[in-house]
Design a protein. Structure first.
Length: 262
């Protein structure tokens, strides 16, 4: 399995995955040209993808979706709720609506030799999901844009060899950010985004023995510090006796290899 976060944050999100004989994107939150450039930078062609897995309909996760699929036809996998909102947004923007491949949350489906399981998450959109992707030898967990970590998500960590997990904000920095109180409460609420501490608590609660790497994702550029997020997660991994786990921090404007890239 090969996975690379092409960029992660409020300005755009996309992750490239090769596994089980298929090539995928998780989200397409950058303009089409940017997606093409970032794929090329990691040695991947935008043509011949086997699918795009969409987590939800916020712009930073589907900004380039319509144009990218128009230029590089591929299947778009979404929940029914996400498809409905994406279609509405695309028609309003006078974009070409792709043919959506609709799946049901919690129901695994196969692409090639890859098993994809969509896991419901708590976020303020129609029907958002995270994913696990397993090829029989390795398993990637992808969970960003969630306000709480449910027991179902913790159960999905089981068997993960690599985990991409949101570590969006430092609560104190968020409180002092000068942002409107309504936005602060949204971000820190149960349908918002995970704090550094919540990410650490999730890993401490359900760190699978197979886990070899954690990649922190969707960090706020205004309300977090990558050094702080990494320091807290490092301390957590050491506390639970998993100092062997490789820790990375995804960035907004640079790719971050997750696994299979060396």
């Amino acid at each position: 399995m090969k996975a690379v976060v092409l960029g992660s944050g409020s300005g755009g999100n996309a992750t490239y995955v090769e596994a089980g004989g298929v090539r995928l994107l998780i989200d397409a939150g950058f303009a089409c040209r940017t997606l093409e450039q970032r794929l090329a930078a990691v040695g991947a062609s935008p043509d011949g993808l086997d699918g795009i897995l969409v987590t939800h309909e916020h712009t930073d996760h589907m900004k380039g979706l319509a144009n990218f699929v128009k230029r590089h036809p591929t299947a778009v996998f979404v929940t029914e709720g996400t498809a409905a909102v994406c279609e509405h947004l695309m028609r309003r923007a006078k974009e070409t609506v792709p043919d959506f491949a609709v799946f049901q949350p919690r129901v695994p489906f196969a692409l090639g030799d890859l098993t994809i399981t969509p896991i419901p998450i708590s976020h303020d959109v129609a029907e958002p999901v995270g994913y696990t992707l397993a090829d029989g030898a390795e398993k990637l967990g992808y969970f960003t844009d969630l306000g709480i970590v449910t027991a179902e998500i913790l159960a999905a960590f089981a068997g993960c060899t690599d985990l991409i997990l949101e570590s969006n904000h430092d609560p104190e920095t968020l409180r002092r950010s000068g942002r409107p109180w309504s936005l602060i409460t949204r971000i820190s609420g149960e349908s918002g985004h995970l704090s550094n501490e919540q990410a650490c608590q999730a890993v401490a609660a359900a760190c699978p023995p197979e886990l070899r790497s954690v990649t922190l994702a969707h960090l706020s550029e205004e309300c977090n510090d990558p050094e702080l997020a990494c320091r807290l997660m490092t301390a957590t991994l050491q506390h639970i006796g998993r100092g062997d786990v490789t820790l990375r921090c995804a960035a907004q404007n640079a790719s971050c290899p997750v696994c299979g890239c060396c």
